[in-house]
Design a protein around this ligand. Structure first.
Ligand code: PLP
Length: 466
């Protein structure tokens, strides 16, 4: 399988190449040259498979040329063996129409584990082959940092430096990062905001001196391997609810458009999907883009669903490419226009292409809280604020009653227990597997919001490649 850049001028790479590259060298994102497609009979034959085996079937076409089927199977068994639920991503029911896909049974209680547990093992495999060493540098406002640290802690060939804004993330989120003891994990509490931390990371990626000495890499959701791993649970849920003989809809709490783009990929691969509902909070650039073609960034407004507090959705570029005739140079020009003006209009082809599969909805704080209360009072289910936004959009979608609608539960409610308690009066307990989080010792360094200090800190501790 070959991958091409959405901006048309970076070299095509194989799966191993795109996994280690992250962003393409022309600033674009990698997508498969063409979508592999399953017949209905092939999809029907996937019913009843254990999750790790389903993952092998769905992902094998994408890794062809870089991993054998047995290598992929070994990686999937180890990655998904770490989940606390035997079904890995179990489905539960709200009412006759609405279902919940629980994606939070991984080690750090958010859906990002599903992809990052695999990505950490892919890095280790490919780096050993190349005798290379990666220095992962990231900024986190919460969930990505802990999932990435857990995924690479103790792995050969990788160091990870994770910056979080000092004092601005929850205790649970901080402790999930700072209590990891592995010697290749470095936590930095940066004096400043999340945007300051992100700006440091961006500057390091374009710092010639740092890039000359270290192989600096990212783990954010622009990495194709992460999206690929997320395609699997769309198949898992649809097969449980009667697919491929019956169409299923999905409602996806969305920030960077990674998770819901994985649903689009599943549809391109032949999975019958009735609708993909893009659910946003008041940071609603994607809702505006899907509903009216207006892709213009405002300023981020903090909400109780912080992992969706995003104004620019990196992965949306992949959809614009696929629905815009796969025209790299035209998209490169369109994105340059967006970077300059922080605003753009979708083309007619992009709008119509998106409208064929996607709808969208926006939930403010009142709608989010009402959704948490309904789940609790009508169904006895405690859901987190992100999931609540997805459920709100699902219930407002107006889909025919015979279409099952699956809301993706992207975080465990205990991860956001203050917001859950405010809405429902119930305080969710941390699962026993992380129950001693508050007894473990923390380890992190606090640095001033000064680029030179951060670069010196990394340079002293990272492994040079040249
Ligand atoms: C990251 C995250 C999201 C948003 O996912 P995207 O792939 O960025 O759209 C939603 N909910 C939670 C809990 C998350 O951690």
């Amino acid at each position: 399988m070959k991958y091409v850049s959405t901006r048309g001028s970076a070299p095509a790479l194989d799966f191993e190449g795109v996994t280690l590259a992250g962003l393409a060298s022309d600033g674009g994102l990698y997508v498969p040259e063409e979508w592999p497609r399953f017949s209905e009979a092939e999809i029907a034959a996937m019913r009843g498979l254990p999750y790790a085996e389903l993952a092998v079937r769905v992902m094998l076409p994408f890794v062809e040329g870089s991993l054998t089927e047995d290598e992929l199977r070994g990686l999937c068994q180890r990655a998904y063996g770490r989940f606390a639920h035997a079904a890995v991503t179990p489905l539960t029911q709200f009412d006759q129409q609405h279902h919940l896909l629980e994606l939070f049974h991984g080690p750090t209680l958010a859906f990002k584990d599903v992809a990052l547990q695999l990505l950490g093992r892919l890095f280790e495999t490919f780096l050993a082959r190349r005798e290379d060493h990666l220095t992962i540098v990231g900024a986190t406002s919460g969930d990505t940092g802990s999932a990435a640290i857990d995924a690479v802690a103790g792995r050969a060939g990788v160091d990870i430096f994770m910056l979080h804004p000092a004092g601005r993330i929850s205790d649970v989120q901080r402790r999930q990062m700072t209590t990891v003891k592995a010697p290749n994990v470095y936590n930095i509490a940066l004096e400043g905001s999340f945007d300051d931390a992100q700006a440091m990371v961006k500057r390091m990626f374009s710092d010639g001196a740092m890039n000359g000495r270290f192989h600096i890499a990212a783990v954010n959701s622009i990495n194709w391997a992460r999206l690929m791993a997320q395609v699997v649970y769309y198949f898992a849920a649809a097969l449980q609810l009667g697919g491929p003989d019956r169409k299923v809809a999905f409602s996806v709490p969305t920030g960077n458009f990674g998770d819901v783009f994985a649903g689009y990929v599943a549809a391109q691969m032949g999975l019958p999907i009735e609708r993909l509902i893009v659910a946003t909070n008041v940071n609603d650039i994607l809702h505006r883009a899907i509903s009216s073609g207006d892709y213009s960034a405002g300023t981020v407004e903090p909400t109780a669903a912080p992992s969706m507090d995003i104004q620019v959705s990196s992965n949306f570029e992949r959809l614009l490419f696929c629905e815009g005739g796969r025209d790299g140079p035209a998209l490169a020009a369109q994105m340059q226009g967006f970077d300059a003006a922080r605003a753009m209009q979708l083309t007619n082809a992009q709008r119509e292409g998106a409208a064929a599969l996607f709808t969208s909805a926006r939930a403010d704080a009142a709608a989010m809280n009402e959704s948490m209360r309904w789940a609790s009072e009508a169904c006895g289910e405690i859901i987190d604020p992100h999931t609540a936004i997805g459920l709100h959009a699902a219930r407002a979608s107006g889909l025919a009653a015979d279409i099952p609608v699956v809301t993706l539960a992207t975080a465990h409610p205990a991860k956001f227990r203050d917001a859950v308690e405010r809405a429902t009066g119930q305080r969710p307990a941390l699962p026993t597997r992380v129950g001693d989080l508050f007894e473990r010792e923390e380890r992190y360094d606090t640095l001033p919001g000064d680029y030179d200090a951060v670069a010196a800190y990394v340079a002293e501790r990272a492994t040079a490649v040249s």
